[in-house]
Design a protein around this ligand. Sequence first.
Ligand SMILES: [Zn+2]
Ligand SMILES: [Zn+2]
Ligand SMILES: [Zn+2]
Ligand SMILES: [Zn+2]
Length: 134
Amino acid sequence: MAAGRCELGGRFRRCSRPPADTCQYCARPFCGDHAYVLEGYEAVCARPPCAARHDDLQVHHGYVRGVRLRNREGRCGVDGCANAHGFDCEKCGGRFCLGHLADRLYPATSPGEPDAMACVCAHCWGRRAIWSRA
Ligand SMILES: [Zn+2]
Ligand SMILES: [Zn+2]
Ligand SMILES: [Zn+2]
Ligand SMILES: [Zn+2]
């Protein structure tokens, strides 16, 4: 629903331009001036939590690629770990040794969802703050 007005800008200087798209993370309409990424099917507004999610995904994709490569050789997904992998991280799907996974109370990533115990790698645990912010 990219109708109405851009919802970004300061509290007292709300932007009133027509929106160019709707943010894929916060669902707020935003104009071209308030776009962080606006290309192809990516539409991310300039709000810091949304920009952080976009940047995190770039890093995350690189991480997942590295984990898959090590897993293919039968090793734990953590760089430099010589142990065999045996367990899945519930967030990234990579495989790790038992020492590199931990059961954690992972915060809900979307509203209305409860926090839930998840068996995750250190990388995924480090991302929780970015993805639990509304
Ligand atoms: Zn947004
Ligand atoms: Zn705007
Ligand atoms: Zn993970
Ligand atoms: Zn390991």
